[in-house]
Write a protein that binds this ligand. Structure first.
Ligand SMILES: Nc1ncnc2c1ncn2[C@@H]1O[C@H](COP(=O)(O)OP(=O)(O)OP(=O)(O)O)[C@@H](O)[C@H]1O
Ligand SMILES: [Mg+2]
Length: 381
């Protein structure tokens, strides 16, 4: 009959028990040996007459009491040996069990996590496992926090998949409806009507582009075509592009820029960051948007508006993917909640920083920081 092989943990437990038994028995034998050697050395240290007298006494004693002593000692020694062996076995198995049980729990939890049960946790509290703040306690805490992080990552992944599907559905539904109307003759098949397909198509294109940028940035593979340039000139260009939109919305687009701001960056990516910030600011501003560039050990570029701003304390959340401060208002204004997440990924890829705060007028102020130009010439990094 085939006996199933022992699991690694059972083997560990058996080995521990065996090791402990052997250790206890060896200690007993060592102690007996030490006692005998000590007694021998003590008797040798006596003067010769005393040694002779001692030997005479012992041999006389042995002759008279040998038989009763032997009778008395043999069962006593045997019983002591048996009891101490049993005791050491019991102690060894208990200690080994105490060590291996939390490990078995950890292994079982790891197996459940590996099979997809991300809610699994090592139920034994580190202290109950006798582990305290020892390595075992830390192992239990680490396994539980690993499971926690995996679960959080999985929740985020599901949320993002649902959000992507949701964002895709809006332009696709619009396209379907418009194409159906054109095919069914509800709208005339004119260039003007077909051109209306551009808006949902542009939205789809931007969504795909933003998602790709974020995926590549997540993988740490965002390639920047850095070159020496002038951030002030770049800001002027982008602001000029936005002036017609500001005019159409009766907004003042104000700039405060230095004559020159040398930087070493990927101009297209930096432009995209400023584009996303201005797109938001012009969407929410009531009367004015201000773009300011100053030197503070690095280039501080801020875009502020006099719109409704966001609830104090929620500024950091604005940079999360698919986050909209006020779902209904932001959706009505047409955003998919990726603009600031993309801006953050691009700024940080440059070694810069992005943050938001409430401005003096109560609107939002987004601040980006860009490292100054380095003495490195056009290169891809
Ligand atoms: N200037 C601002 N004033 C008030 N709220 C803002 C401002 N900028 C951003 N927000 C809030 O932050 C949210 C996230 O902004 P983000 O730019 O990431 O996404 P979006 O503008 O909604 O969509 P997208 O930029 O992808 O078109 C917005 O939905 C809005 O609620
Ligand atoms: Mg935006």
């Amino acid at each position: 009959m085939n006996t199933p092989p022992l699991s690694p943990l059972r083997r560990l437990w058996a080995r521990l028990a065996l090791l402990l038994t052997v250790t206890v028995l060896l200690t007993a034998v060592l102690q007996i040996t030490l006692l005998s050697v000590t007694a021998l050395q003590l008797s040798r240290s006596l003067p010769p007459e005393a040694q002779r007298a001692l030997r005479a006494v012992v041999s006389a004693e042995l002759t008279t009491v040998r038989l009763p002593l032997a009778r008395y000692f043999q069962p006593a020694v045997l019983t002591a040996l048996t009891l101490s062996t049993l005791f050491s076995l019991l102690l060894a198995f208990t200690v080994a069990r105490r060590f291996s049980r939390p490990l078995e729990d950890v292994a079982a939890t790891a197996r459940r996590i590996a099979s997809g049960d991300l809610a699994a946790r090592v139920s034994l509290a580190p202290r109950a496992a006798g582990a305290g703040v020892s390595e075992l306690g830390r192992l239990i805490c680490d396994v539980n926090s690993m499971a926690e992080q995996l679960q959080r990552a999985e929740r985020e992944r599901r949320f993002e998949s649902a959000a992507v599907a949701h964002e895709l559905r809006t332009p696709i539904t619009a396209l379907h409806a418009r194409v159906d109307c054109l095919v069914d003759g509800v709208y005339p098949l004119t260039t003007q009507e077909v051109a209306r397909l551009r808006a949902p198509l542009a939205l789809l294109g931007r969504l795909a582009e933003d998602l790709q940028t974020l995926t590549v940035a997540d993988a740490g593979e965002l390639r920047l075509l850095r070159a020496h340039g002038d951030l002030a000139a770049l800001v002027r260009e982008v602001v000029t592009d936005f002036q017609p939109l500001a005019g159409a919305r009766s907004l003042t687009l104000d700039t405060r820029l230095p004559l020159e701001a040398p930087v070493f960056l990927d101009a297209a990516r930096a432009r995209q960051v400023l584009h996303n910030l201005l797109d938001n600011a012009l969407r929410y501003a009531r009367t004015r948007v201000t773009v300011r560039l100053t030197w503070e050990g690095n280039w501080r570029l801020e875009v502020s508006d006099d719109g409704p701003g966001v609830t104090p304390g929620s500024e950091a959340q604005l940079f999360a993917r698919f986050y909209r401060a006020e779902e209904s208002r932001a959706r009505h204004l047409g955003g998919s909640g990726l603009g600031l997440a993309v801006a953050r990924a691009l700024t940080e890829a440059h070694g810069g920083h992005i943050g938001a705060e409430t401005g003096e007028s109560g609107g939002l102020r987004v601040i980006t920081r860009w490292p100054a130009g380095q003495q490195v010439h056009n290169q891809e990094c």
